[in-house]
Design a binder for this molecule. Structure first.
Ligand code: ATP
Ligand code: MG
Length: 599
């Protein structure tokens, strides 16, 4: 038996892994063949055994940008393929001509790549388009007609609905249920040739109108729809229904495990029925045999619970509305739960993969708290993000006993827990920017930062003693005043004889890089936007973005777009877009630090 070369220790097990494990163990897919490209049985029959132990797929419809829910599915499908020595296909499920666009195809490819996954193995590129299978799907529909498993129905949609029955009442056969094979074939060909108006006829599977599963009550499999497709143009005026197309796409690609979300559970009987009908040989009345069209064993559908995340909406329809109503500044607005938004927000691919591992995969619907995702990002950023200094709400600090012409440098560690990342020089001078909240004229109880008469350490610099503050006519504090102790510089002998309780950060005013910093909050005010009958739009947090002009340590002027940092005491930030003229970046806050700074 072919054994997977999986690292069985690394990823946490879940019920899907257990199924795959058992299938691999039993050799269920060991004798599948792979003809080098997707196709019907004939493509694969003479080919060597498939070297991919399993085949999974991620099948987005190119009608929007990928969101965090898709990330779960991507990590699951590509992760399984990786761990079982298999292959994961990226397949665009573009069988619905109306809402699909190349723009989305490009963005999806970019996002899957960004998450760290690829579809190229052993020189083969497993990037597929369902629309490439339209010819086969049409033949498959013809086969169903020939074998008595499909018929053309000419009822209106309304009439069909009436006959379909309900959960408690069986359906009834359409008056067109008994059409002959010849008549069905002729009508179906006519549909393709454009002889009928949209909606005039449909092709339906002939299964059982009294099935307790409504999806088995002769589902529609092809409809007439005059619409220009983003890849096939006007070649077709009939299009397959999703429930018909999807199983066929899986089978043509020799997918072993077709993983989808729970709402497709009731479709599984049709998935299995359809593929079984197409895979079985059929004896014609004249004794000739039609060979099975699909390779066996057939793909197996497995359902898992979709990701539900608090404080966001994960539905392309709703995300499109947010963009179209200009609630956000586009698909890649850092507040959007899209992968392009996450990227600008500073979330990391590693953080998403960690998140997918942590939340696991289950059969039961549940909600994951947004903080779980943030914690995964924080953990990863804590490891990789170099430390920098930023003053987000600046007020001047004047050191009266430090000469105005003097300047020197202080040495700041790039990562306190990783000394190997080294230190950097940061300029120091007589006027600094500090956080407004780091001074109180009349301190509250337990306040250890600056107030007249108190000493604090300027982090990685000198100890100072506050002497007072300046105010404008209306009483606003315009500067804080202090004196410094020359022999207290961090890292110099004897500096630690100064014992202070407060430790504040600073940036030299003369050298600071003044930049816009965008602080984001949750896009929705409530954990379950739109719960009940409410419109989710009523739950929007209208203060989800705040922009401040911050004073940053000078080197941040040269940060490259996409570089991530921890701004000490404030959280993790990413250099966003650079100004086209100056080339200088502004910054987005990715996530705050876990513990707010005490004092
Ligand atoms: P939406 O409801 O947002 O439009 P969708 O399921 O229609 O999503 P597709 O492009 O058809 O979007 O989905 C591609 C794949 O991503 C599917 O296999 C689907 O099961 C999976 N997927 C979509 N949303 C989630 C989610 N919230 N959690 C996990 N997987 C998801
Ligand atoms: Mg969909």
């Amino acid at each position: 038996m072919v054994k997977p070369h999986a690292e069985k220790t690394a990823p946490a097990s879940n019920f899907i892994r257990a199924i795959v494990d058992a299938d691999v163990e039993a050799g269920k897919h060991a004798f599948r063949r792979w003809g080098g490209k997707p196709g019907p049985a004939a493509t694969h029959s003479g080919a060597p055994a498939d070297t991919a132990v399993i085949r999974t797929r991620f099948p987005p419809e190119p009608n929007g940008y990928l969101h965090f829910g898709h990330a779960k599915s991507i990590c699951l499908n590509f992760g399984l393929a990786r761990d079982f020595n298999g292959v994961c296909h990226l397949r665009f499920d573009d069988t619905n001509p109306e809402k699909e666009e190349q723009e989305y195809v490009d963005a999806i490819i970019e996002s899957v790549t960004w998450l760290g996954f690829g579809w190229e193995t052993a020189g083969e590129k497993h990037l597929y388009f369902a629309s490439d299978y339209f010819d086969f799907m049409y033949e498959a529909a013809e086969r169903l007609i020939l074998t008595g498993n499909a018929y053309v129905d000419s009822l209106s949609a309304e009439q069909m609905r009436t006959l379909r029955g309900t959960l408690t009442e069986p359906g009834r056969n359409s008056p067109y249920h008994e059409r002959s094979i010849a008549e069905n074939l002729a009508l179906f060909h006519g549909m393709r040739e454009g002889k009928f108006a949209d909606g005039e006829h449909v092709l339906r599977a002939r299964i059982n109108m009294t099935s307790p599963n409504i999806n088995m009550r002769d589902p529609v499999i092809y409809r007439i729809r005059r619409a220009t497709h983003h890849r096939t143009g006007d070649k077709w005026c009939i299009y397959p229904m999703y429930t018909f197309a999807h199983p066929i796409e899986d089978a043509l690609e020799c997918i072993t495990h077709s993983i989808c979300t729970l709402e497709f559970e009731d479709q599984r009987p049709f998935y299995d029925w359809l593929l079984a009908r197409l895979a079985e040989p059929y004896k014609l009345p004249d004794q000739n045999v039609l060979e099975g069209m699909l390779q066996t064993p057939l793909p197996r559908q497995i359902e898992f619970a979709r990701l539900n995340l608090t404080y966001v909406v994960l539905s392309k329809r709703k995300l499109i509305e947010l963009v179209e109503n200009k609630v956000v500044d586009g698909w890649d607005d850092p507040r959007m739960p899209t992968l392009v938004g996450a990227r600008r927000r500073g979330y990391t691919p590693e953080g998403f993969r960690r998140f997918a591992e942590r939340i696991g995969v289950s059969k039961a619907d549940s909600w994951i708290d947004y903080s779980v995702l943030e914690e995964c990002m924080r953990e990863h950023l804590n490891e990789v993000a170099p430390r920098r200094i930023a003053v987000l709400d600046p007020v001047k600090l004047v050191i009266d006993n430090y000469s105005q012409d003097k300047e020197e440098t202080c040495s700041l560690p790039n990562h306190p827990q990783k000394p190997d990342l080294g230190k950097r020089p940061v300029p120091f001078s007589s006027e600094l920017w500090i956080e407004r909240e780091d001074f109180m004229e009349t301190p509250s109880k337990g306040y250890f930062r600056l107030f007249p008469g108190n000493r604090v350490r300027l982090r990685y610099g000198f100890v100072i003693e506050c002497t007072g503050c300046d105010k404008d006519a209306s009483g606003n504090i315009t500067a804080v005043r202090c004196n410094y102790f020359e022999d207290s510089k961090s890292g110099t002998p004897g500096s630690d004889t100064y014992k202070v309780k407060g430790n504040i950060h600073w940036v030299s005013a003369r050298h600071a890089y003044s930049a816009e910093v965008h602080l984001y909050d949750r896009l929705f005010k409530v954990p379950h936007p739109g719960a009940g009958d409410r419109s989710y739009l009523l739950d929007l947090n209208h203060n989800s973005k705040k922009t401040v002009v911050a004073q940053l340590e000078p080197a941040l002027r040269n940060a490259l777009s996409g570089e991530r940092f921890q701004f000490e005491r404030h959280g993790y930030f990413i250099a966003d877009r650079t100004d086209p003229v100056s080339g200088e970046p502004d910054f987005n806050r990715t996530v705050t630090l876990k513990d707010s700074w005490g004092g």
